[in-house]
Design a protein around this ligand. Structure first.
Ligand code: AMP
Ligand code: MG
Length: 590
């Protein structure tokens, strides 16, 4: 079984959806006070920056580029190039930092108040113990092999081992050119950095695997960007996010070596061994007694034995993690926007936040990426299929390097499908508070939502207020959903009433009390998501030096499932201005 685009996972499952009916600034002034540690609860007694425990396994164990300059070039026979940040700064400022990420690194919160913190985390002053490098990787972009890409504006500072012996890689995004920058400047703007900083943390607190963000600093200098690629470049404030993940290895980190000579093909195995050793130790330690054999379902009744080939076990786990990740995205209405294979983490993390967007009105064809508009390859409803397409590219790479055979590759793809279906069904069943999965009911709901352009987040959050009482008269059924079923005519009211009747009947069979069902539904249906217009408000303020809204939003998204008294305005639908390009849709220009 080779995977082909067009054989939709979603149609195989239950999610074939009808389409909706209608189808110059000067230098920045900073007037934010330094971030204070607010309460004794917030105080930590962690490490100083100078005492972080660095351990550079990537540089130590993998072949690197002998050159250390940043001249743009093809880098062969190497997984990385050691480079130094070169970004120019002028009075850089700390915009915000994430306390939970600081805790992952055992870093004392007081360190963020140091006057030299923005210098370290812009890359302007080298951090003691760091060993910066840019990773070499390639990728398929919009379905086409794009050759070498690599960290063109991200630089890993190194890995830190925390007191739990966890390995965390720190990476500065926007710290200057590397050999992988091609024709671009190696820099990042505040607009996209605010988005990446906030969304990384928002996704984590939604319970979705993601790279994290430690800090966001401005560089104090301006960067030129043609935001819509329409020949109207503007100057924007520069900024740098410090991203944190156990590893930033991507599918493309492997693809690049398989695309080259036989000498480089061997690096696929070297890099797979590295990843398994450090990030999949349970696979490294797997033994025959673990007995992981599976029938392939082929006519010859052959068996895939995952204990006899660690690379097969590894790719199956990556396929499953990816499927599970994408099922969770669908659950909260997250659309990544640029699901190229260089933006697919081997750890199953959400990675590389560019023109992402959460659904407001439910629209399966929604893409937040203007570059994606012609074909909508990366639209919300296509994400599960694209995940599989990307896994197929990854398995092809491992096959080319003779790490897995065709049966094992097919098995990984099969497991992707099964895992996606299982997780997606569980997610939707929980979102609706149903006693068991009901394909027809979920289908009908999603098609109703698409027709009436119902807000994806607010609908599910409000649905938990419906009482499981089959005696409610028809003309009162829609009352609890009044705030989310806006402007619907008589005919549509009938469609919704009919769905709600069936729904109430279904949930009433569970015997679960209304208040219990509400608690359970509210724990999976967020009240607060990082809507693009909220980000934009924070960006507008930050661009004139007021970082208060970025910090408020960070606190808000740390508790997305909680009612937060006084914060209800952040759950409102987007205002009219939010539908202009640049807010609800973005290009890859960042
Ligand atoms: P992305 O769309 O962020 O996933 O980036 C795709 C590729 O373009 C990666 O190799 C990036 O490192 C590179 N890239 C994007 N923006 C820049 C930039 N401003 N300077 C250098 N490289 C960049
Ligand atoms: Mg990328």
């Amino acid at each position: 079984m080779r995977y082909e685009m067009g054989v939709s996972i979603l149609t195989r499952f239950h999610f074939s959806l009808p389409l909706p009916r209608a189808t110059a600034r000067k230098r920045i002034f900073h007037f934010c006070p330094p971030i204070a540690c607010r309460s004794s609860m917030d105080q930590s007694s962690g490490l100083n920056l100078e005492d972080l425990k660095w351990d550079h396994s990537f540089v130590r164990e993998l072949p690197g580029d002998p050159r250390r300059d940043s001249f743009p070039r093809e880098v062969l026979h190497a997984c990385y190039t050691q480079v130094s940040p070169s970004v120019q700064v002028h009075n850089p400022q700390l915009v915000a930092f994430s306390q939970p990420v600081a805790d992952l690194l055992d870093l004392d919160h007081k360190e963020f108040q140091r006057p030299d913190f923005p210098l370290f985390f812009s890359g302007a002053t080298p951090l003691v113990g760091a060993l910066p490098y840019a990773q070499c990787y390639g990728g398929h972009q919009f379905g086409m092999w794009a050759g070498q890409l690599g960290d063109g504006r991200a630089m890993t500072l190194g890995e830190i081992l925390n007191s739990n012996s966890e390995r965390w890689e720190l990476q500065l995004k926007g710290a200057g050119k590397t050999p992988y920058s091609r024709f671009a400047d190696g820099l990042a703007v505040l607009r996209s950095s605010v988005r990446e900083f906030l969304c990384s943390e928002a996704m984590h607190h939604l319970g979705i695997p993601t790279t994290r963000a430690l800090s966001l600093v401005t560089t104090g200098n301006l960067v030129t960007r043609d935001m819509f690629y329409d020949g109207n470049p503007k100057e924007e404030p520069g900024a740098i996010v410090c991203r944190v993940a156990q590893s930033f290895l991507r599918f493309g980190s492997y693809q690049i070596h398989a695309s080259r000579s036989d000498e480089d093909l061997g690096l696929v195995r070297v890099l797979a061994d590295y990843a398994i050793r450090h990030h999949f130790p349970h696979i490294q330690n797997m033994s025959k007694s673990d007995s992981l054999s599976f029938c392939t379902g082929d006519e010859d009744h052959s068996v895939v034995d995952l204990t006899s080939n660690k690379y097969a076990a590894w790719v199956v786990e990556i396929a499953e993690r990816t499927a599970s990740l994408i099922a969770r995205w669908q659950g909260v209405g997250f659309t990544h926007g640029v699901l190229n294979t260089d933006n697919m983490s081997i750890l199953g993390l959400t990675i590389d936040y560019g023109p992402f967007g959460f659904l407001d009105a439910f629209d399966p064809k929604f893409t937040p990426n203007t570059t994606d508009l012609p074909g909508r390859r990366y639209c919300f409803a296509n994400q599960p299929d694209i995940g599989l397409w990307n896994i197929a590219q990854f398995t092809t790479t491992l096959q080319a390097a003779h790490l897995i055979n065709e049966k094992e590759a097919n098995y990984a793809m099969e497991r992707y499908g099964t895992r996606f279906m299982d997780d997606y069904q569980v997610t939707m069943t929980k979102k609706l508070g149903l006693p068991k999965y009901n394909k027809q009911m979920i289908n009908k709901l999603l098609s109703n939502m698409a027709v009436d352009k119902v807000d994806y987040t607010n609908f599910f959050r409000t649905l938990s207020n419906v009482k499981a009482d089959i005696n409610i008269p028809d003309d009162e059924l829609l009352v609890p959903l009044k705030s989310v079923l806006l402007d619907i005519g008589k005919e549509r009211k009938e469609a919704w009433t009919s769905w709600l009747k069936a729904y109430i009947h279904e949930v009433s069979t569970s015997g679960i009390p209304d208040d219990e069902r509400k608690i359970s539904m509210d724990s999976v249906n967020p009240k607060y998501i990082l809507r693009n217009y909220l980000c934009q408000t924070a960006i507008d303020a930050a661009e004139i030096g007021d970082f208060g809204e970025v910090r408020s939003l960070l606190k808000l998204v740390e508790h997305p499932y909680d009612e937060q008294p006084g914060m209800e305005k952040y759950a409102r639908l987007p205002p009219a201005w939010a539908y202009r390009p640049g807010v609800c849709m973005l290009s890859c220009s960042s």
